[in-house]
Design a protein around this ligand. Structure first.
Ligand SMILES: *Cc1c(COP(=O)(O)O)cnc(C)c1O
Length: 501
């Protein structure tokens, strides 16, 4: 069962927690009991496919889902038509002690697919199990990648509809094409005249509009979000930590019970938190290494115990990590302190003062498990080139940040434990930065020309979902002013007239 990090007495099963997303007291849902896996359980995983591994890990958390329901969700999420690698999350060996876990073989070529392919399946199943009659309307404001991954995940999923708002100025040409060519009967994509903040504020206002909510509930709809604090988005990410370990066992790179490190490019702290859950469940992990870009708020926190969001916001070459408030950190604070009052106080301080600091016990607990570092844009570019020259392997800027932090960690700690770098995007997703790093010059090319150039340098194929964009018809052409987002939602739900009455 699941409870809130902030101490309300609410206790829910997994379906209910996934439907609600956020607890009423503003806290996040956490499992009351951590499932445990022993050496033999983990050894057994190494003989299985990714989908079979996923079923076992998910079943340990989603007690109210039947094995058949879980299997159906997993098969729909990770079907071969959607992932261009049969292993789903393959491990690429770099040298004796270093591997890269490639999480970008899904339909949008980035790691968000790992969770956003499965969340809609879990949600749709939960709605059926809990006999919820309303259709769920997912609202997303996106700066690019999350919107597309959510659209792909919710496409044609029963009893759901998804509306994505993207800023007309602020997404790349390829990102825009990915969204406006989106297929699916239940998908809607809207360009907002404004920047990302405008789009995000508009969506928040819609969520907070009590009258609007009443009207749409009355007409058979409920709003929900697909953001990374939903338990249904976190739990799929635990699977690939086990899967990576199982693959290392399978290829005899490690023996049962050997510990390994993971290095994770981090933004909202969802990915690395899933690694922490894997550790708590018994996976032999030595260190979880948290990598940030110039927005190094987490580096400071994990090293010193001081969280301070009052700092300059940097727009970097690894935009999916440009974050100053990492929401999922709340779950870690809960597990380390074991005290909902502590969490509540810290979150109130963050809200009020923009900062907080944790006590020595928590800092000690953090240092046992975590190490943290960061890389600025210059280091990121340098690292992409260094990896290509040294290993003939190409990484995107987010993965390069992690790689640089790993090199720093090795130098400072002398630790030679086998290590997995978690790779979160295909280099083609950020072809302009990667081309600049590899060729040394920044050319003024279109998105497609950048893809061609990167293929030319690397001889890797352009991922099919990106290559096929050229031929796809534009299916979404709605634009709206930032003041009209609510009206646009009502129009999409065919409720405009009823609302004005
Ligand atoms: C979202 C994202 C991240 C950050 O992951 P969190 O779970 O938010 O820490 C890193 N890299 C890429 C490419 C992403 O899309």
């Amino acid at each position: 069962m699941y409870t809130s990090t902030r101490g309300s007495s609410l206790v829910l099963n997994a379906s209910q927690a996934i439907i609600r997303g956020l607890a009423d007291d503003g806290g996040l849902f956490v499992p009351q009991v951590m499932p445990r896996f022993n050496v033999d359980d983990i050894k057994n995983l190494s003989q299985l496919t990714y989908r079979q591994r996923a079923c076992i890990i998910l079943a340990s958390f989603l007690n109210d889902y039947s094995p058949d329901e879980i299997r159906q969700c997993v098969d729909n999420a990770y079907m071969p038509e959607k992932f261009d690698n049969e292993l789903v999350a393959p491990l690429c060996e770099i040298d004796e002690s270093l591997s890269v876990l490639e999480l970008w073989h899904g339909p949008t070529s980035a790691f968000k697919d790992m969770a956003l392919q499965l969340l809609p399946q879990l949600l749709s199943t939960a709605l059926r199990k809990e006999a919820v009659s309303n259709e769920i309307v997912i609202l997303v404001a996106t700066s690019g990648d999350t919107g597309k991954a959510a659209l792909e995940g919710f496409k044609d999923v029963n009893k759901t509809r998804i509306i994505v708002f993207y800023p007309s100025e602020g997404v790349s040409e390829i990102q825009k094409l990915q969204m406006v060519t989106q297929e699916g009967k239940n998908t809607f994509v809207v360009a907002v005249n404004g920047n990302f903040d405008d789009a995000q504020t508009g969506v928040k206002n819609i969520f907070n509009d009590v009258l609007l909510r009443e009207i749409i509930e009355h007409n058979g709809f409920s709003f929900s979000s697909a953001n990374s604090i939903n338990w249904g988005r976190l739990v799929p990410q635990i699977v690939y930590y086990f899967s990576a370990y199982a693959d290392m066992l399978k290829s005899n790179r490690i023996s049962a019970n050997d510990k390994i490190n993971f290095v994770v490019p981090t933004g909202n702290f969802g990915n690395i938190l899933a690694g922490y859950y894997a550790l708590c469940m018994g996976l032999p992990i030595n260190k979880l290494i948290c990598a940030s870009n110039a927005n190094d708020v987490l580096t400071e926190f994990l090293m010193t115990g001081v969280y301070n969001r009052k700092r300059i916001f940097h727009k970097t070459l690894s935009p999916s990590m440009d974050i100053l408030v990492s929401s999922n950190l709340e779950r870690l604070l809960y597990h380390l302190s074991g005290n909902t009052n502590t969490v509540k106080n810290l979150m109130e301080q963050l809200e009020k003062n923009g900062c907080y600091s944790v006590n020595d016990d928590i800092i000690k607990a953090i240092h046992k498990i975590f190490w943290a570092g960061f890389a600025d844009d210059d280091k990121t570019i340098e690292t992409i080139k260094y990896i290509y020259d040294k290993f003939n392997y190409v990484v995107d800027p987010h993965t390069a940040v992690a790689w640089h932090v790993y090199e720093d960690y090795k130098k400072q700690s002398g630790d030679d434990t086998p290590t997995v770098i978690v790779s979160t995007a295909s280099p083609f997703k950020f072809a302009d930065s990667v081309n600049f790093a590899l060729s040394g010059n920044r050319e003024n090319l279109t998105g497609f020309e950048q893809l061609e150039k990167l293929t030319g340098i690397t001889k890797w194929n352009i991922p099919a979902p990106l290559a096929s964009l050229r031929e796809k018809p534009i299916l979404h052409a709605i634009t709206c002013e930032k003041s009209m987002m609510k009206d646009t939602v009502l129009e999409i739900l065919s409720l405009s007239e009823r609302f004005s009455e």
